[in-house]
Design a protein around this ligand. Structure first.
Ligand code: NAP
Length: 287
Protein backbone atom coordinates (compact mmCIF):
# COMPACT_ATOMS: atom_id res chain seq x y z
CA UNK A 1 0.00 0.00 0.00
CA UNK A 2 1.11 3.60 -0.54
CA UNK A 3 0.92 5.16 2.93
CA UNK A 4 1.63 8.72 4.07
CA UNK A 5 2.62 9.16 7.72
CA UNK A 6 2.38 12.64 9.24
CA UNK A 7 4.14 13.29 12.56
CA UNK A 8 7.39 11.57 13.53
CA UNK A 9 7.41 12.20 17.27
CA UNK A 10 8.06 9.72 20.06
CA UNK A 11 5.18 7.54 18.82
CA UNK A 12 4.96 8.31 15.09
CA UNK A 13 8.64 7.75 14.28
CA UNK A 14 8.68 4.03 15.19
CA UNK A 15 5.13 3.48 13.87
CA UNK A 16 6.09 4.79 10.43
CA UNK A 17 9.20 2.60 10.63
CA UNK A 18 7.07 -0.52 11.17
CA UNK A 19 5.03 0.35 8.07
CA UNK A 20 8.21 0.53 5.99
CA UNK A 21 9.51 -2.72 7.48
CA UNK A 22 6.20 -4.39 6.63
CA UNK A 23 6.85 -3.57 2.97
CA UNK A 24 4.53 -0.59 2.46
CA UNK A 25 5.54 2.28 0.22
CA UNK A 26 5.84 5.02 2.89
CA UNK A 27 6.08 8.81 2.49
CA UNK A 28 6.64 10.79 5.70
CA UNK A 29 6.10 14.42 6.68
CA UNK A 30 7.37 16.03 9.88
CA UNK A 31 7.25 19.74 10.79
CA UNK A 32 10.83 19.62 12.02
CA UNK A 33 12.72 18.48 8.95
CA UNK A 34 15.70 16.99 10.85
CA UNK A 35 13.48 14.16 12.16
CA UNK A 36 12.15 13.19 8.73
CA UNK A 37 15.71 13.32 7.32
CA UNK A 38 16.87 11.02 10.12
CA UNK A 39 13.89 8.70 9.52
CA UNK A 40 14.68 8.39 5.80
CA UNK A 41 18.29 7.50 6.59
CA UNK A 42 17.04 4.64 8.78
CA UNK A 43 14.16 3.40 6.62
CA UNK A 44 13.35 3.02 2.97
CA UNK A 45 10.90 5.85 2.34
CA UNK A 46 10.35 9.28 0.86
CA UNK A 47 10.27 12.63 2.71
CA UNK A 48 7.60 15.16 1.70
CA UNK A 49 7.84 18.92 2.32
CA UNK A 50 4.17 19.40 3.23
CA UNK A 51 1.28 17.23 4.49
CA UNK A 52 -0.44 17.83 1.12
CA UNK A 53 2.58 16.52 -0.80
CA UNK A 54 2.78 13.45 1.46
CA UNK A 55 -0.92 12.65 0.97
CA UNK A 56 -0.99 13.00 -2.82
CA UNK A 57 -1.51 9.55 -4.43
CA UNK A 58 -1.62 7.80 -1.01
CA UNK A 59 -4.01 4.89 -0.45
CA UNK A 60 -3.99 5.70 3.27
CA UNK A 61 -2.82 8.63 5.38
CA UNK A 62 -1.97 8.28 9.09
CA UNK A 63 -1.61 11.28 11.39
CA UNK A 64 0.09 11.17 14.81
CA UNK A 65 0.61 14.71 16.10
CA UNK A 66 -0.15 16.41 19.44
CA UNK A 67 -3.66 17.72 20.04
CA UNK A 68 -6.79 18.91 18.19
CA UNK A 69 -5.19 22.13 16.86
CA UNK A 70 -2.21 20.18 15.48
CA UNK A 71 -4.45 17.69 13.67
CA UNK A 72 -6.45 20.60 12.24
CA UNK A 73 -3.18 22.18 11.07
CA UNK A 74 -1.95 19.11 9.19
CA UNK A 75 -5.33 17.88 7.88
CA UNK A 76 -7.21 21.12 7.12
CA UNK A 77 -4.09 23.27 6.64
CA UNK A 78 -5.20 25.67 9.38
CA UNK A 79 -2.78 27.98 11.17
CA UNK A 80 0.77 28.82 10.21
CA UNK A 81 1.41 25.63 8.21
CA UNK A 82 2.77 26.22 4.70
CA UNK A 83 1.84 24.22 1.62
CA UNK A 84 -1.65 22.99 2.45
CA UNK A 85 -3.12 20.23 4.57
CA UNK A 86 -3.79 16.58 3.78
CA UNK A 87 -7.34 17.26 2.56
CA UNK A 88 -6.18 19.58 -0.21
CA UNK A 89 -4.67 16.63 -2.10
CA UNK A 90 -6.22 13.49 -0.59
CA UNK A 91 -7.84 11.11 -3.12
CA UNK A 92 -11.62 10.81 -2.58
CA UNK A 93 -11.32 7.04 -2.01
CA UNK A 94 -8.24 7.17 0.25
CA UNK A 95 -8.40 6.20 3.93
CA UNK A 96 -7.59 8.72 6.66
CA UNK A 97 -6.55 7.36 10.09
CA UNK A 98 -5.91 9.69 13.02
CA UNK A 99 -3.83 8.11 15.80
CA UNK A 100 -3.55 11.34 17.82
CA UNK A 101 -5.42 11.41 21.17
CA UNK A 102 -7.99 14.19 20.61
CA UNK A 103 -11.55 15.22 21.38
CA UNK A 104 -14.38 13.12 19.94
CA UNK A 105 -15.72 16.33 18.37
CA UNK A 106 -12.62 16.62 16.20
CA UNK A 107 -13.07 13.01 15.05
CA UNK A 108 -16.62 13.80 13.93
CA UNK A 109 -15.43 16.97 12.12
CA UNK A 110 -12.79 14.95 10.27
CA UNK A 111 -15.35 12.33 9.21
CA UNK A 112 -17.61 15.06 7.91
CA UNK A 113 -14.76 16.43 5.81
CA UNK A 114 -13.62 12.99 4.56
CA UNK A 115 -16.02 10.02 4.90
CA UNK A 116 -13.35 7.27 4.81
CA UNK A 117 -12.07 8.16 8.27
CA UNK A 118 -11.14 6.16 11.39
CA UNK A 119 -10.24 7.70 14.76
CA UNK A 120 -7.66 5.35 16.22
CA UNK A 121 -5.95 6.57 19.41
CA UNK A 122 -3.37 4.19 20.83
CA UNK A 123 -2.28 2.83 24.20
CA UNK A 124 1.02 1.16 25.02
CA UNK A 125 3.41 4.11 25.15
CA UNK A 126 6.79 4.56 23.53
CA UNK A 127 7.75 0.93 24.21
CA UNK A 128 4.54 -0.28 22.55
CA UNK A 129 5.25 1.86 19.48
CA UNK A 130 8.86 0.69 19.28
CA UNK A 131 7.94 -2.98 19.70
CA UNK A 132 4.99 -2.77 17.29
CA UNK A 133 2.68 -3.83 20.13
CA UNK A 134 0.16 -1.00 20.48
CA UNK A 135 -3.43 -1.43 21.59
CA UNK A 136 -5.67 0.61 19.28
CA UNK A 137 -9.26 1.73 19.94
CA UNK A 138 -11.15 2.64 16.78
CA UNK A 139 -14.21 4.54 15.65
CA UNK A 140 -15.52 4.36 12.10
CA UNK A 141 -17.71 2.38 9.74
CA UNK A 142 -16.94 -1.32 9.35
CA UNK A 143 -15.50 -1.01 5.84
CA UNK A 144 -13.10 1.79 6.79
CA UNK A 145 -12.12 -0.09 9.96
CA UNK A 146 -11.30 -3.24 7.96
CA UNK A 147 -9.10 -1.16 5.62
CA UNK A 148 -7.42 0.49 8.64
CA UNK A 149 -6.60 -2.88 10.23
CA UNK A 150 -4.52 -3.77 7.15
CA UNK A 151 -2.40 -0.67 7.89
CA UNK A 152 -2.35 -0.88 11.71
CA UNK A 153 -1.32 -4.54 11.77
CA UNK A 154 2.24 -3.31 11.23
CA UNK A 155 2.38 -1.80 14.74
CA UNK A 156 -0.61 -3.15 16.71
CA UNK A 157 -0.93 -6.14 19.00
CA UNK A 158 -4.70 -5.55 19.32
CA UNK A 159 -7.20 -3.43 17.42
CA UNK A 160 -10.86 -3.05 18.38
CA UNK A 161 -13.69 -1.28 16.60
CA UNK A 162 -15.69 0.25 19.45
CA UNK A 163 -18.38 1.84 17.27
CA UNK A 164 -18.91 4.74 14.85
CA UNK A 165 -16.56 7.71 14.41
CA UNK A 166 -15.59 9.30 17.73
CA UNK A 167 -15.94 6.09 19.73
CA UNK A 168 -12.21 5.36 19.52
CA UNK A 169 -11.49 8.68 21.27
CA UNK A 170 -14.24 8.06 23.84
CA UNK A 171 -12.74 4.61 24.60
CA UNK A 172 -9.31 6.21 25.03
CA UNK A 173 -10.91 8.58 27.58
CA UNK A 174 -12.12 5.50 29.53
CA UNK A 175 -8.52 4.24 29.38
CA UNK A 176 -7.20 7.51 30.85
CA UNK A 177 -9.91 7.56 33.59
CA UNK A 178 -8.72 4.09 34.70
CA UNK A 179 -5.06 5.09 34.63
CA UNK A 180 -5.63 8.31 36.62
CA UNK A 181 -7.31 6.49 39.51
CA UNK A 182 -4.91 3.57 39.54
CA UNK A 183 -1.76 5.73 39.58
CA UNK A 184 -3.07 7.87 42.47
CA UNK A 185 -4.02 4.72 44.42
CA UNK A 186 -0.54 3.29 43.88
CA UNK A 187 1.10 6.58 44.92
CA UNK A 188 -0.99 6.66 48.12
CA UNK A 189 -0.20 3.00 48.96
CA UNK A 190 3.54 3.65 48.63
CA UNK A 191 3.26 6.81 50.74
CA UNK A 192 1.28 4.90 53.38
CA UNK A 193 3.89 2.10 53.44
CA UNK A 194 6.61 4.70 53.85
CA UNK A 195 4.91 6.35 56.84
CA UNK A 196 4.10 2.95 58.39
CA UNK A 197 7.76 1.99 58.17
CA UNK A 198 7.20 -1.19 56.14
CA UNK A 199 9.34 -2.28 53.18
CA UNK A 200 7.60 -0.96 50.02
CA UNK A 201 9.36 -3.48 47.76
CA UNK A 202 8.15 -6.40 49.90
CA UNK A 203 4.63 -4.94 49.91
CA UNK A 204 4.56 -4.62 46.12
CA UNK A 205 6.01 -8.13 45.65
CA UNK A 206 3.19 -9.47 47.83
CA UNK A 207 0.17 -7.47 46.68
CA UNK A 208 0.98 -7.41 42.96
CA UNK A 209 0.13 -11.14 42.91
CA UNK A 210 -3.40 -10.46 44.18
CA UNK A 211 -6.43 -8.32 43.37
CA UNK A 212 -4.48 -5.03 43.69
CA UNK A 213 -2.13 -5.95 40.83
CA UNK A 214 -2.09 -3.70 37.74
CA UNK A 215 0.05 -2.67 34.76
CA UNK A 216 1.02 0.45 36.72
CA UNK A 217 2.09 -1.64 39.71
CA UNK A 218 4.15 -4.04 37.57
CA UNK A 219 5.80 -1.31 35.49
CA UNK A 220 5.92 1.79 37.71
CA UNK A 221 6.04 0.82 41.41
CA UNK A 222 9.81 0.18 41.39
CA UNK A 223 10.63 3.53 39.75
CA UNK A 224 8.19 5.34 42.07
CA UNK A 225 10.01 3.81 45.05
CA UNK A 226 13.31 5.07 43.56
CA UNK A 227 11.78 8.52 42.88
CA UNK A 228 12.56 8.33 39.12
CA UNK A 229 10.07 10.05 36.79
CA UNK A 230 12.17 11.29 33.84
CA UNK A 231 10.66 8.91 31.24
CA UNK A 232 7.33 7.56 30.03
CA UNK A 233 3.99 9.27 29.39
CA UNK A 234 4.20 13.00 30.14
CA UNK A 235 1.96 14.78 32.63
CA UNK A 236 1.32 17.50 29.99
CA UNK A 237 -0.16 14.85 27.63
CA UNK A 238 -2.22 13.36 30.48
CA UNK A 239 -3.70 16.77 31.35
CA UNK A 240 -4.64 17.27 27.69
CA UNK A 241 -6.40 13.88 27.70
CA UNK A 242 -8.15 14.49 31.03
CA UNK A 243 -9.24 17.91 29.72
CA UNK A 244 -11.00 16.23 26.77
CA UNK A 245 -12.43 13.62 29.16
CA UNK A 246 -13.85 16.17 31.62
CA UNK A 247 -15.35 18.28 28.78
CA UNK A 248 -17.03 15.18 27.40
CA UNK A 249 -18.31 14.33 30.90
CA UNK A 250 -19.79 17.84 31.23
CA UNK A 251 -21.53 17.31 27.89
CA UNK A 252 -23.00 13.91 28.81
CA UNK A 253 -23.60 14.55 32.52
CA UNK A 254 -21.18 11.77 33.58
CA UNK A 255 -19.80 12.34 37.10
CA UNK A 256 -16.04 11.82 37.44
CA UNK A 257 -15.07 12.93 40.96
CA UNK A 258 -11.82 10.94 41.12
CA UNK A 259 -10.72 11.93 37.61
CA UNK A 260 -11.35 15.62 38.37
CA UNK A 261 -9.30 15.35 41.55
CA UNK A 262 -6.38 13.59 39.86
CA UNK A 263 -6.48 16.19 37.06
CA UNK A 264 -5.91 18.87 39.71
CA UNK A 265 -3.08 16.84 41.27
CA UNK A 266 -1.43 16.72 37.85
CA UNK A 267 -1.94 20.52 37.59
CA UNK A 268 0.10 20.75 40.79
CA UNK A 269 2.89 18.60 39.28
CA UNK A 270 2.89 20.97 36.27
CA UNK A 271 3.01 24.03 38.56
CA UNK A 272 6.09 22.54 40.21
CA UNK A 273 7.78 22.25 36.78
CA UNK A 274 7.01 18.56 36.19
CA UNK A 275 4.97 18.74 32.99
CA UNK A 276 7.38 16.49 31.08
CA UNK A 277 7.68 13.92 33.90
CA UNK A 278 5.96 10.53 33.73
CA UNK A 279 2.39 10.30 35.10
CA UNK A 280 3.67 8.22 38.05
CA UNK A 281 5.12 11.52 39.41
CA UNK A 282 1.91 11.85 41.50
CA UNK A 283 3.99 10.07 44.16
CA UNK A 284 6.15 13.22 44.44
CA UNK A 285 3.25 15.20 45.89
CA UNK A 286 3.05 12.90 48.93
CA UNK A 287 6.14 13.64 50.96
P1 NAP B 1 5.60 14.12 20.36
O1 NAP B 1 6.82 13.30 20.55
O2 NAP B 1 5.56 15.48 20.98
O3 NAP B 1 5.37 14.26 18.78
C1 NAP B 1 4.38 15.11 18.26
C2 NAP B 1 4.53 15.15 16.73
O4 NAP B 1 3.54 16.03 16.21
C3 NAP B 1 5.87 15.70 16.27
O5 NAP B 1 6.21 15.04 15.08
C4 NAP B 1 5.54 17.17 16.00
O6 NAP B 1 6.40 17.78 15.05
C5 NAP B 1 4.16 17.03 15.42
N1 NAP B 1 3.36 18.27 15.55
C6 NAP B 1 2.87 18.80 16.68
N2 NAP B 1 2.18 19.90 16.43
C7 NAP B 1 2.22 20.10 15.10
C8 NAP B 1 1.68 21.06 14.20
N3 NAP B 1 0.93 22.08 14.68
N4 NAP B 1 1.95 20.95 12.89
C9 NAP B 1 2.68 19.93 12.42
N5 NAP B 1 3.22 18.96 13.20
C10 NAP B 1 2.99 19.04 14.52
O7 NAP B 1 4.29 13.35 20.85
P2 NAP B 1 4.04 11.77 21.01
O8 NAP B 1 4.52 11.34 22.36
O9 NAP B 1 4.52 11.06 19.80
O10 NAP B 1 2.44 11.74 21.11
C11 NAP B 1 1.64 11.92 19.95
C12 NAP B 1 0.17 11.67 20.32
O11 NAP B 1 0.04 10.34 20.83
C13 NAP B 1 -0.41 12.60 21.38
O12 NAP B 1 -1.76 12.88 21.08
C14 NAP B 1 -0.29 11.78 22.67
O13 NAP B 1 -1.27 12.15 23.63
C15 NAP B 1 -0.55 10.37 22.12
N6 NAP B 1 0.04 9.27 22.90
C16 NAP B 1 1.32 9.36 23.36
C17 NAP B 1 1.85 8.31 24.10
C18 NAP B 1 3.26 8.37 24.65
O14 NAP B 1 3.62 7.52 25.50
N7 NAP B 1 4.12 9.31 24.21
C19 NAP B 1 1.08 7.16 24.37
C20 NAP B 1 -0.22 7.09 23.85
C21 NAP B 1 -0.73 8.16 23.12
P3 NAP B 1 7.84 18.36 15.49
O15 NAP B 1 8.80 17.23 15.39
O16 NAP B 1 8.10 19.45 14.53
O17 NAP B 1 7.68 18.89 16.91
Amino acid sequence: MRIAFIGLGVMGYPMAGHLATAGHDVTVYNRTRAKSAQWSREHAGVVADTPAAAARDADAVCTMVGDDADVRAVVFGEGALEGGGVLSSLRADALLIDHTTTSATLARDLAEAHPHFVDAPVSGGQAGAQNGALTIMCGGDETSYARAVAVMNAYAKATTRIGPVGHGQLAKMCNQICIAGIVEGLAEALHFADRAGIDPEAVIAAISQGAAGSWQMTNRAATMIEGRYDFGFAVDWMRKDLGHTLSEARRTGARLPLTALVDQLYAQVQAEGGGRLDTSSLRMLLT
